[in-house]
Design a protein around this ligand. Structure first.
Ligand code: NAI
Length: 351
């Protein structure tokens, strides 16, 4: 992403603030994207990943931050959408220095962006960031199990709504058995589904086979597997122009952020009769858990995460009524909540 593209993206996509950060001492190159704070301070993960260019890191941060706004709005939270990205290999020898330098930039925003764990960072990293930033989430627990619970709630709701059945006997393909995918495989097995499992790490596949009776499936075959449900829990962009036209699963619902390479592919899926719950609806469980951690109140956590099932039903129901694809419908529902809130309070939120 070059600078004219960045300024255009800010205005066309309604970004409040994008902070590009550099620290020559540590070599830090990072970005903090605050998309919208209408509903509250933005909450989103710190991603550490090595991108081909800094522009690619900025583009990713923008996409992820915008999705966080919709995610928080649809999950009924008083949080805005933000994300930050450190353009570095998570295995970098000076990762602690990079995290601290990045943390200082976060603190300078005065609480408009609250960091949490994301790809390439850990609970320990957030604890380190918390020594330099006043408000930080994911310092005490990994939210992934709640993300998995929400994804499975979305799958259950979709299957019940469209086919009137439970997951007992369903064939489900889980791509990626990391923090989220391993719990997804467990929960689906407990629900009576038969799990096909794939991961680039063979050890993780072995564990899933031993623990849950999953069937090991080659990485290259999992997306096109002949199953009822495809559950992407690895990287984004799994559904691209090609796989959107070839995927065999009747349901595509997963944790992977930016699961569709392009939102327009939701139309292709819908035209093929494939039921798709957008990632920013299905994977909100982790965000709900981070919010509960910040408020130090878990009393409604499971109820709220299971509520992702009802939100999924609402999105699928509206899509069926209007003939629109589920991504368009979900964004419209989120935007309507933001507009209602904007009418009542200023758009710019500080602590
Ligand atoms: P993770 O890094 O712990 O796990 C990803 C797994 O996918 C790893 O085991 C990796 O070996 C595997 N993998 C990578 N490429 C693969 C491929 N081509 N085929 C098969 N397996 C592959 O990540 P985590 O935390 O489980 O997140 C998974 C996805 O869910 C990511 O897209 C993340 O952004 C998204 N997400 C995660 C949340 C969380 O609470 N952890 C919350 C919301 C979204």
């Amino acid at each position: 992403m070059n600078s004219p593209t960045l300024t255009t993206a800010m205005t066309d996509r309604d970004f409040e603030q994008v902070v590009l950060c550099r620290d020559p001492g540590t070599g830090l190159q990072s970005v903090i994207a605050v998309h919208d704070t209408t509903l509250g301070p933005s909450l989103g993960g710190v991603r550490m990943r090595s991108y081909p260019t800094f522009g690619d890191a900025v583009a990713d941060a923008l996409n992820l931050a915008q999705a966080m706004t919709y995610k928080a709005a649809l999950a009924g939270m008083e949080r805005g959408g933000g994300k930050s990205v450190i353009n570095a290999d998570p295995a970098a020898a000076n990762r602690r220095d990079l995290l601290v330098a990045h943390a200082r930039y976060i603190e300078a925003l005065g609480g408009r962006y609250i960091p949490a764990v994301d790809m390439g960072t850990t609970v320990e990293d957030l604890e380190l960031i918390g020594r330099h930033v006043t408000t930080v989430s994911s310092q005490r627990r990994d939210p992934s199990e709640m993300t998995a619970r929400g994804v499975v709630a979305a799958i259950r709701a979709a299957v019940a709504l469209h086919d009137g059945v439970t997951l007992a006997g369903a064939r489900v393909a889980v791509q990626g058995l990391g923090h989220v995918g391993q719990h997804v495989a467990r929960l689906l097995t407990e629900a009576g589904a038969h799990v096909l499992a794939a991961d680039v790490d063979p050890g993780r596949v072995r564990t899933a086979c031993q623990r849950y009776g999953a069937t090991a499936t080659p990485v290259g075959d999992i997306v096109g597997a002949d199953v009822d449900v495809l559950v992407p829990c690895a990287a984004g962009g799994v559904i691209d122009a090609e796989t959107a036209t070839t995927v065999k699963a009747r349901y595509v619902i997963g944790a992977a952020n930016n699961l569709l390479a392009d939102n327009a592919l939701a139309v292709t899926l819908s035209q093929r009769g494939i039921v798709h719950v957008p990632d920013f609806v299905a994977n909100a469980g982790g965000l709900i858990a981070c919010d509960a951690e910040l408020r130090e109140d878990d009393s409604a956590l499971l109820t709220k995460v299971d509520g992702i099932g009802r939100t999924s039903e609402a999105v699928l129901g509206r899509a069926a009524e209007t003939g629109k694809d589920t991504v368009t419908v979900a964004i419209q529902l989120a935007t309507a909540r933001l507009e209602r809130a904007r009418a009542q309070r200023p758009w710019f939120t500080t602590r």
